[in-house]
Design a protein around this ligand. Structure first.
Ligand SMILES: Cc1ncc(COP(=O)(O)O)c(C=O)c1O
Length: 389
């Protein structure tokens, strides 16, 4: 059983940071890796040609280990939107086809599909949870399965909803997508790292992750898995390093048509970033060391008292089986209750950081949180409720 890991981080003592879904705090080892990367540039002659290849190779391997995928199926990307744009550019979609997304899905996994639909004459289908709060997640999952049929070319969904943690049954969705001949593109930004993800079980076409949340990495570097059936695809940009034999720097103007094998062709330009790559690698080592399963179990235990008192505090929360434990929403039962952004601000004044998303406040703990953070939150919610009564 995991114990609190606050010592790995430099969070201020009086802060109750319950907002990893916004941005992870920087672990000490990640910060050190970044500082070492910056310092290395004092003397550029210390950067060798191998440095352009080896650290990025290790990063691919670490992410592959995390999602149980081969390292050569991993590409280095700057953002989730970039990784999704790569898939949107490569998936065959025709007039009359359907592209499925979810209600209030994160925009980086919507705009690319809106454009794809507009360019091809396909229709973007948005599946919502339907009316009512009872069995909301179960109903939402059923509605997704019902919406996938022979007309569906792409299912572009997350593992959990970024606003309230609703869990989507990706194995069932993937099965239905395969039966229908549709591609499955998963935005793992709000789940991979804190919730186990197994490429072998789900068999998605792509899994895209920004690195600065549950991968605990820096901003502006992410990772993507692309299944081997797409490895012959077209990258968004053409850079020298992704081409075959690019290790031979002196021969890079012997232009080549072939790429390095696997998903490397989808790497962003300057993917060898000597500051960000070692930072993300150090971050992934922490995640792999703690393990997503243990992080999830830790968050579940930690937030159990909050989930129990949510009702008494006047909030609706999804039942534990149908939501994540590292990210979940609290919605006021009273439609006239304190607006989520006012509630967030009132918590903020007590040193508690959460987000307001849609009609909910979003709580997103990690292994650096402890019982004091949850107690402080419960007390602050009680006080806020008293103030609004
Ligand atoms: C579900 C989800 N996907 C992606 C992102 C980030 O996207 P991008 O890297 O394109 O800025 C976020 C940020 O909050 C998110 O919540």
């Amino acid at each position: 059983m995991l114990t609190c890991q606050k010592n790995l981080f430099s969070l201020p003592d009086r802060l109750h940071y319950l907002n990893c879904a916004f941005m992870a705090p920087m672990a000490r080892s990640v910060e050190e890796a970044g500082v070492a990367g910056v310092r290395q540039r004092r003397d550029p002659s210390s950067i060798q040609i191998e440095d352009f290849f080896e650290a990025s190779g290790r990063l691919r391997a670490l992410f592959g280990q995390l999602i149980h995928a081969p390292a050569d199926s991993v590409a280095i990307i700057p953002s989730a939107s970039y990784g999704i744009a790569t898939m949107a550019a490569n998936l065959p979609v025709e007039q009359g086809d359907r592209i499925l997304v979810l209600d209030e899905q994160f925009p980086s996994n919507v705009y690319a599909w809106r454009r794809k639909a507009a360019e091809t004459g396909a229709t973007l289908i948005t599946v919502g949870p339907g009316e009512g709060t009872r069995d909301r997640a179960t109903r939402w999952n059923e509605r997704i399965l019902e919406a996938i049929d022979k007309r569906t070319a792409v299912v572009a969904v997350p593992h959990i909803h970024w606003t309230d943690g609703t869990l989507f049954d990706l194995e069932a969705i993937a099965r239905r997508a395969r039966e229908a001949g549709a591609a499955l593109v998963v935005d793992g930004t709000q789940s991979v790292g804190a919730l186990p993800f197994d490429v072998g079980r789900i068999r998605p076409d792509a899994v895209i992750c920004a690195g600065y949340k549950w991968l605990l990495g820096p901003y502006s570097l992410g990772l993507a898995y692309y299944d081997e059936r797409w490895h012959g695809g077209r990258p968004l940009e053409e850079n020298w390093i992704t081409r075959e034999n690019s290790e031979q720097l002196s021969a890079i103007v012997d232009y080549r048509d072939r790429y390095h094998p696997g998903a490397i062709r989808f790497d962003m330009g300057e993917r060898s970033n000597f500051v960000l790559v070692p930072m993300l690698a150090a971050a992934l080592k922490i995640v792999l060391d703690l393990t997503p399963a243990a992080i999830q179990a830790y968050c579940r235990n930690l937030t159990r008292p909050l989930a129990r008192s949510a009702n008494e505090l006047g909030f609706l929360i999804e039942p534990p089986e149908t939501r994540a434990h590292h990210l979940f929403g609290l919605r006021s039962k009273d439609p006239g209750g304190m607006a989520p952004d006012r509630l967030r601000d009132s918590l903020g004044r007590r040193g508690i950081t959460v987000s307001a998303r849609g009609s909910a406040i979003r709580i997103s703990p990690h292994a650096y949180n402890d019982e004091r953070d949850i107690q402080a939150l419960v007390e602050a919610l009680r006080a806020a409720r008293g103030a609004s009564d």
